[in-house]
Write a protein that binds this ligand. Structure first.
Ligand code: HMH
Length: 221
């Protein structure tokens, strides 16, 4: 069909903010090979903390899907995401040891705490599935688009960071994000006005928090 989806409309409306989140200077520095490895290490330690907080959030989305979704395949997409998170946590540990980072001593910075608090707020049963799954899609999509940029033609990304770029920039992760976007759009298409407003707010909040998260690697705490 040629009809415009809600997310497409929102991305056009908020293009500037979306680009700020997906084309951050940190990502550009990875892409052009000028990235400071100490910045990368800050990001890695902070993201490990974030990903651990992401597990209960995704569990809550799964629970909302079980209660509220009209499509059984949502559950399978989300369960696949949960399986990837398990793998991701192992990868963070391996990568951290490669860079000499002691994960148990990483202290969450302000921007990370803000983001984790936002995730926690979405766990509440008061937040409905449509809002939570829209936020979930946005969180994954920002990383997918950012790291895909680091792999696209003309990239000069350092070999040491290729695994990281591949992790979120690969085709399978791209397909997963398309599935999440379809789930979000299907639910948004039948959502009442107040839910639509909350979902759009959640999308904007994610974009803002992602920018703050990238900023940490540049020492803006
Ligand atoms: C901050 N956003 C942040 N970390 C991540 N790992 C993702 C998104 C994608 O999973």
């Amino acid at each position: 069909s040629t009809s415009t989806t809600t997310i497409e409309t929102w991305l056009n409306k908020h293009r500037l903010m979306y680009n700020k989140a997906t084309q951050h200077p940190f990502i550009h520095s990875i892409r052009d090979g000028t990235v400071n490895f100490s910045s990368f290490k800050i990001w890695l330690g902070q993201d490990y903390i974030f990903v651990r907080e992401f597990v209960p959030f995704l569990a809550s989305v799964l629970l909302k899907a079980w209660k509220e979704s009209d499509d059984g395949s949502d559950m399978e997409v989300l369960l696949g995401g949960m399986a990837s998170l398990n793998d991701e946590i192992s990868w963070f540990k391996k990568e951290a040891s490669k860079w000499g980072i002691l994960l148990s001593s990483v202290i969450p910075q302000k921007a990370n705490q803000d983001y984790c608090r936002f995730l926690e707020s979405l766990i509440s049963p008061e937040v409905n599935y449509t809002v939570a799954v829209t936020a979930f899609w946005a969180i994954e999509a920002v990383y997918q688009e950012s790291f895909f940029l680091c792999l696209s033609s003309g990239s000069n990304a350092p070999i040491e960071l290729m695994e990281t770029c591949q992790r979120w920039g690969n085709d399978a992760f791209g397909q997963y994000c398309v599935s999440l976007r379809n789930i979000a759009n299907r639910n948004l298409a039948k959502a009442p006005g107040d839910v639509l407003r909350k979902a759009e707010d959640a999308l904007l909040r994610v974009l803002e928090l992602e920018v703050g998260f990238w900023n940490m690697s540049h020492g803006e705490m």
